[in-house]
Design a protein around this ligand. Structure first.
Ligand SMILES: Nc1ncnc2c1ncn2[C@@H]1O[C@H](COP(=O)(O)OP(=O)(O)O)[C@@H](O)[C@H]1O
Ligand SMILES: Cc1cn([C@H]2C[C@H](O)[C@@H](COP(=O)(O)OP(=O)(O)O)O2)c(=O)[nH]c1=O
Length: 189
């Protein structure tokens, strides 16, 4: 199983991953960007905001993804893998490019590997605004509410296009309610 937790910044991914780690202690927990030694360097570069070109930034994430698939996902193929983000973020955040083109590029990076289970935590604009106001924001989060809601819409569109097994969960539900929905989804198939 290759399950991924997706959602825009502050959707609650880290919160749920901490709970999943307790529930599934034998699973492999990983993340993008920064799930490998090379990926840690690429993550710093990608998140610094140094890239003037959005395309250059996207290729940093794609390089991270290719290394992650090869080093982590392929090496744990028969185990339960749970990842914080995936190619769905890669496609959604590269918002200046067309989704179909990005699917092709990402399938090159992943050698055609797709997640088997996608969990998307969805925020309303109001809840997003509140959560961003509560924390210090990195260069991507500083792009604002409309930017992030557009990314969230692109995540939904990408997941539907990829025709994979997914669940969309209202991210403003209680933490325990979300936890239960994720557990039921993972245990169902
Ligand atoms: N279901 C929830 N209801 C209310 N607040 C939440 C919920 N889940 C997470 N939070 C809070 O929202 C903020 C962002 O959560 P976090 O798990 O760090 O998101 P992400 O990893 O997706 O950026 C944190 O302050 C966290 O405590
Ligand atoms: C995987 C990926 C993430 N991102 C963005 C989303 C996030 O804003 C940022 C880092 O993700 P993340 O590690 O979830 O950030 P945080 O430290 O806030 O938990 O990178 C892309 O722009 N493209 C990508 O391909």
């Amino acid at each position: 199983m290759y399950a991924v937790i997706e959602g825009i910044d502050t959707a609650g991914k880290s919160t749920q991953l901490e709970l999943l780690k307790k529930k599934f202690p034998k699973a492999t927990f990983t993340k993008e960007p920064g799930g490998t030694t090379l990926g840690i360097k690429l993550r710093t570069m990608a998140l610094s905001g140094e890239a003037k070109s959005k395309i250059a930034e996207m290729f940093l994430f794609l390089a991270d993804r290719a290394e992650h698939i090869e080093e982590v996902i392929k090496n744990s193929e028969n185990k339960m893998i749970i990842s914080d983000r995936s190619m769905i973020s890669g496609i959604a955040y590269a918002s200046q490019l067309d989704i179909d083109k990005l699917i092709n590029l990402n399938l090159i990076a992943t050698n055609n590997t797709l997640p088997s289970h996608v969990i998307l935590l969805k925020l309303s604009p109001e809840e997003l605004k509140f959560r961003l106001s509560q924390k210090e924001n990195d260069s991507i989060e500083l792009r604002g509410i409309d930017y992030l809601i557009n990314i969230q819409n692109r995540m939904e569109e990408t997941i539907k296009k990829l025709n994979i097994n997914y669940i969309f969960i209202d991210a403003s539900l209680k933490i325990e309610e979300i936890e239960q929905k994720i557990e039921d989804f993972i245990n169902a198939k």
